[in-house]
Design a protein around this ligand. Structure first.
Ligand code: PLP
Ligand code: COI
Length: 356
């Protein structure tokens, strides 16, 4: 374990790539900032973290994470407020979820306050990479993986924790079309669906590609037992507005990732006096509500995707059109509120933004 005061070695790069980046045209996840943070775990303790020039890792071919997937990550964002400050959105929640993923994957738990401090420090070093333009952010990717060079199956004794950052634009450039998946599953009870672990994303690729071949951006996952209940969609949690109520699958199920954006949406809606139901949501009730016109809004919520309106839902060969995005009062209001909060236009009453 690290001491209370974290000694971080900072070796700044001698040749910044900043001037070569077109900040008006940022794709998602392809541009990487100048520095990364790296911290090893060995002999039962965390070693001194180092911030250094972003670059390739040198790994042993038997590195156990590559073979057996003991690997976890987080996704979070920093924004530049209108008066030039840089803020992290609810980093304590990412720290907590990361610690929970560590537990589930038999990895050493990184103390939450250290996680936040390491993220904060790296963003501070690369603060010039935080985009100015509205709708753009600095995406932050903390991750940890097993590094033992051993091909037996057991929890590794050694790990690497790293963070890199990417200035990013939109993840989805348009409202998304999703298909309700009734054969493949993302996660099952007792599995690792709640952990943000690499294998969950690998398992989703094949079914997601099939969905894309049918013209959908993403799948809506249903429960692995009966395919009766809606769980989440792609890399987003899913939220509906039906008859004025905000309805979303509860996270009691250990098959759903506990999303920070979705939690924030729920808390904002409750603050505004909107009726919120977090419970099991059936595919049938959603399809019925689309058909009888009581479904007013549907959207995905996630760090990368932010609030992503769902335009169409595919179900058993039918493609159902949802109400026009401009008519969606609640999700548009929530989206604007969250943007204003991150840009410092709205008072941060709930203390969600941490200044870097
Ligand atoms: N569900 C999955 C599978 C995800 O990958 C993500 C993205 O992080 C989410 C939900 C949304 O979580 P958050 O809002 O914390 O980004
Ligand atoms: C995130 O929103 O941080 C995600 O996990 C999506 C990512 C896979 C791009």
């Amino acid at each position: 374990m690290l001491n209370e005061t974290i000694a971080i070695h900072v070796n700044k790069t001698e040749s910044s790539r900043l001037s070569s980046v077109d900040f008006d045209n940022l794709p998602f996840g392809k541009v990487f900032s100048d520095h990364m943070l790296e911290m090893d775990y060995k002999d039962g303790k965390w070693q001194t973290p180092v911030i250094k020039t972003f670059g390739a890792l040198n790994l042993h071919p038997a590195t156990s994470a590559i073979h057996y997937g003991q690997s976890i990550f987080e996704g979070m964002k920093a924004n530049r407020t209108e008066n030039g400050e840089i803020v992290l959105f609810r980093p304590d929640m990412n720290a907590k979820r990361f610690a929970e993923s560590c537990e589930r994957m038999c990895m050493p738990v990184l103390p939450e306050e250290i996680f936040v401090e390491l993220v904060r420090k790296l963003v501070e070093v690369d603060k010039d990479w935080v985009p100015m333009k509205e709708g753009y952010s600095l995406y932050i990717r903390p991750f940890m993986f097993a590094t033992d060079d051993f091909i037996g199956i057991k929890p590794s004794d050694t790990y690497k924790f790293l963070i890199f950052t990417c200035p990013v634009g939109m993840y989805y450039a348009e409202p998304v079309n999703v298909k309700i998946e009734e054969y493949y599953t993302r996660a099952s009870h007792g599995g690792v669906g709640r952990a943000k672990t690499a294998g969950n994303y690998a398992a989703s690729l094949f079914p997601a590609r099939k969905g894309q071949q049918e013209g959908f951006h993403q799948l809506v996952w249903t429960d692995g037992v009966e395919h009766k209940y809606i769980e989440e969609s792609g890399t987003m949690n899913i939220v509906f507005v039906i008859n004025g109520k905000l309805i979303t699958p509860s996270e009691d199920s250990d098959t759903i990732l506990r999303g920070i954006t979705k939690r924030s949406v729920v808390e904002i809606a409750q603050k505004w006096g909107v009726e919120v139901e977090e419970r099991k949501v059936t595919v049938e009730e959603v399809i019925t509500a689309i058909k009888d016109g009581s479904l007013q809004e549907a959207f995905g919520a996630g760090t990368a995707a932010t609030i992503a309106p769902i335009a169409k839902i595919g179900y058993r060969g039918e493609v159902l059109e949802l109400p026009a995005v401009e008519t969606r009062e609640l999700s548009n209001r929530i989206k604007n509120y969250m943007t204003d909060l991150k840009l410092g236009r709205e008072t941060d009453e709930l203390k969600w933004c941490l200044k870097v």
